[in-house]
Design a binder for this molecule. Structure first.
Ligand code: CP
Ligand code: NVA
Length: 298
């Protein structure tokens, strides 16, 4: 039984296999979930993740069941272990968006059914796969491409670095002090062979980039820090002026976005933006992961 809690749960060959499945037309995939259920449990809101997972499940013949934590009460109404074992009675797998990554590890550790991370405080692997698909469509190969992330070294940044970095891209980060990857996180990324460098000035890393990526300054669950974060991230808004030294760079954002905070409207709504193919790729990535988890091991 396999789980996907972070991109480095996959070997490089497996990562490539998932991406290959994601790019395959639906009609060429076996309906590996025919007659089976998939539990989609959310402790936080979602637009892209819920919808892409539901439709991918249907495309593979399965039946998605959306569950909010208001109803399930993970660790309040019932222990995580009892919830996991219960859902395992009905479903082929549990896909969950949680606050604590450790909760996913506990679920997976029970070995009841495959567990897929739909975003935790540490990682967003389904997004990282969609990001890789988006950039692969841009250039065919990510080898030696420079992907620069500006903003908060968060869940999205880590999965982006692991997915695109392992496919050969050079990962550069500009994050304010206090909002950078700690040495253990950098070690984990480098341990997979990724070329990653981190600084605190966008002007040092953006020029010459092939892609520039940003995400919200305040992630879900951090709302009480929003004011403090707005101050810390001053100067980190991705604008046309910031991108002047990277004239050919495409722009990515996992969405939801806050125009005027982490990105200017002129960039996210402008010609270099790839955010809509990127959002669509969430569906293809979801289908690739499920096809791989439930049997299509190419
Ligand atoms: N990018 C992403 O995960 O979007 P949602 O929060 O809407 O699912
Ligand atoms: N970093 C953001 C991503 C949302 C898709 C969050 O965790 O809220």
């Amino acid at each position: 039984m396999r789980h996907l809690l972070e991109i480095d749960d996959l070997t490089l060959d497996e990562l490539r296999a998932v991406l290959e499945l994601a790019r395959r037309p639906v009609g060429e995939l076996t309906p590996v979930l025919a007659g089976r259920g998939l539990a989609l449990l959310f402790q936080k809101p979602s637009t892209r993740t819920r919808n892409s997972m539901e439709i991918a499940t249907v495309q593979l013949g399965g039946h998605p069941v959306y569950l909010t934590d208001v109803e399930v009460g993970l660790e309040t109404r019932e222990t995580l272990e009892d919830v996991t074992r219960t859902l395992g009675c009905y479903h082929a797998g549990i896909c969950a968006r949680v606050f604590s990554h450790a909760h996913l590890e506990r679920m997976a550790g029970l070995g009841v059914v495959p567990v897929v991370n739909l975003l935790s405080d540490e990682a967003h692997p389904m997004q990282g796969l969609a990001d890789a698909l988006t950039l692969m469509a841009e250039w065919d190969s990510l080898e030696e491409r420079v992907i620069t992330y500006v903003g908060d070294a968060n869940n999205v940044a880590r999965s982006l670095a692991l997915a695109c970095g392992r496919l050969g891209a050079r990962i550069r980060l500009a994050c304010p002090p206090g909002y950078q990857f700690d040495p253990a996180q950098l070690d984990r990324i480098r341990a997979t062979g990724v070329d990653v460098e981190q600084g605190d000035r966008p002007a040092d890393v953006v020029p010459g980039s092939d892609a520039v990526y940003t995400d919200v300054w305040t992630s879900m669950g951090q709302e009480a820090e929003a004011q403090q974060r707005r101050r810390a991230f001053e100067g980190f808004t991705v604008t046309d002026a910031m991108l002047a030294g990277a004239p050919g760079a495409v722009f990515l954002h996992c969405l939801p976005a806050h125009r005027g905070e982490e990105v200017a409207a002129e960039v996210i709504d402008g010609p270099r933006s790839r955010v809509w193919p990127q959002a669509e790729n969430r569906l293809h990535a979801a289908r690739g992961v499920l096809a791989w988890l439930y049997g299509e091991r190419t």
